[in-house]
Design a protein around this ligand. Structure first.
Ligand code: SME
Length: 151
């Protein structure tokens, strides 16, 4: 996957003058899902106010029941407290995992920082086993840095 060609498209969405933050986040989710063959569900979760939980804000893909995830629960909840990328090549090998769809084989969650604070994350599910590389992580860190500028 040529992530370098996607970066200008991310930049264009971020810099767009039409559309609010919600629409931009959704546009990014749709761009990623439509452009990367093994990105089957793409979403942004953010800390829900003062609560120790994540709330789903934007996504592309099948609707999920898991719109609220307590800190510490699942891959997403673990990243909310670890502040570190979490690459899961095989979701079946994880004990602390929240299944959204029986088709999901792998997942990656990258924290999103504003002023050094972990305030949310991008979460990607894949129907392909073990698809994520360090290039995915670097690209998704870039996406999150760009998103942080409009929050
Ligand atoms: N699998 C995630 C839950 C969110 S869904 O992937 C949309 C987890 O374990 O935290």
């Amino acid at each position: 996957m040529e992530f370098e060609t996607l970066k200008p498209e991310i930049d264009r969405i971020i810099a767009g003058t039409s559309g609010n933050t919600e629409e931009k986040l959704t546009a990014i989710c749709e761009l990623l899902r439509n452009s990367v063959p093994y990105y089957d569900w793409v979403g942004f979760y953010f800390k829900n106010g003062d609560k120790e939980e994540l709330k789903l804000r934007s996504y592309a893909g099948e609707p999920t029941d898991h719109t609220i995830i307590p800190f510490g629960k699942g891959i997403c909840g673990q990243v909310a407290v670890s502040n570190e990328n979490f690459v899961v090549p095989d979701v079946k090998a994880q004990d602390n995992y929240i299944a959204c769809s029986i088709h999901v084989k792998a997942e990656v969650v990258i924290p999103l920082f504003v002023n050094g604070e972990n305030i949310g994350q991008i979460d990607i599910d894949s129907h392909t086993p073990d698809p994520f590389t360090p290039e995915d992580e670097a690209f998704l860190e870039y996406v999150n840095r760009q998103v942080a500028t409009i929050l």
